[in-house]
Design a protein around this ligand. Structure first.
Ligand code: PEP
Length: 256
């Protein structure tokens, strides 16, 4: 982390878990455990069905509500989809784009990720753009090439103003939901690569202002070490974010 230049973000991804009827009590527990935590931004990305209640539950606290996906068009004949202006209208602030589960199960590509990111920015949402390699790609030694392609495809469509609203998340696919975390050095190496790509396209001042998160089995025991790395500006947390006390411990680990 480098709080001189950018805010730390501790974002939870609830995925397709919990019920709308549990939102009120879950947020009450998160609020009670986390307190004000002025050193970081807390974001919880909930299912669409939870958004209205989550926004209501966070009116009196510093937690922002995020969504987990969006459609790239602002409106139209796309049955079952949800657009960026709809999310914005509900009070959503962040949206995850290109999570590896969306890439794997719903055919999302670097090009659709770019379209969705632009749609989010256009509506005034902050996209949390996920990139990262599979185990096979890591074993083949092509992690840097793959992440470079994922990031460069997006950067080509951004300018130095819009890129400042983007949050990147380096999420090695082999570490998501597996309990197998990247080492702090592996996370740092790829986060530093993403920052170098930002620097090459937009210069040092812009590059150092963009938050880059790590995601992949981050929990209360490994968060401190990961967050101590200079280019790891926070976490995108799946499983552990469903346990309010564990999420709060990660938030506390960011206070270093
Ligand atoms: C995620 O879903 O983005 C994630 C990192 O999950 P987990 O923390 O459970 O590995």
């Amino acid at each position: 982390m480098n709080r001189k230049y950018r805010k730390t973000i501790i974002a939870g991804n609830w995925k397709m878990n919990t019920l709308p009827s549990e939102v009120k009590s879950l947020f009450a527990a998160v609020k009670a455990s986390c307190g004000r935590a002025a050193w970081c931004r807390m974001v919880l990305c909930v299912p669409y069905t939870h958004i209205q209640q989550a926004v209501k539950a966070t009116r009196d606290c510093r937690i922002s509500v995020g969504a987990q996906n969006l459609h790239q068009s602002p409106h139209g004949a796309y049955t079952g989809e949800v657009s960026a202006p709809m999310l914005k209208d509900l009070g959503v602030k962040y949206v995850i784009v290109g999570h590896s589960e969306r890439r794997q199960y719903y055919g999302e590509t670097d090009v659709s990720v770019r379209e969705k990111t632009l749609a989010a920015l256009e509506a005034g949402l902050r996209p949390i753009v996920c990139v990262g390699e599979t185990l096979q790609q890591r074993d083949l030694g092509v992690t840097n090439e793959l992440v470079t392609l994922q990031v460069a495809t997006l950067l080509a469509a951004l300018d130095s103003h819009s890129v400042r609203k983007v949050v990147f998340a380096y999420e090695p696919v082999w570490a998501i939901g597996t309990g197998r975390t990247a080492t702090a050095e592996q996370a740092q190496e790829v986060c530093a690569l993403i920052r170098a790509l930002l620097r090459k396209s937009f210069g040092t001042v812009v590059a150092r202002s963009v938050p880059i998160l790590y995601g992949g089995s981050m929990n209360a025991s490994n968060a401190k070490e990961l967050l101590a790395m200079g280019d790891v500006d926070g976490g995108l947390i799946g499983g552990a974010s469903l346990k309010p006390e564990e999420y709060a411990e990660i938030v506390r680990a960011a206070n270093q």
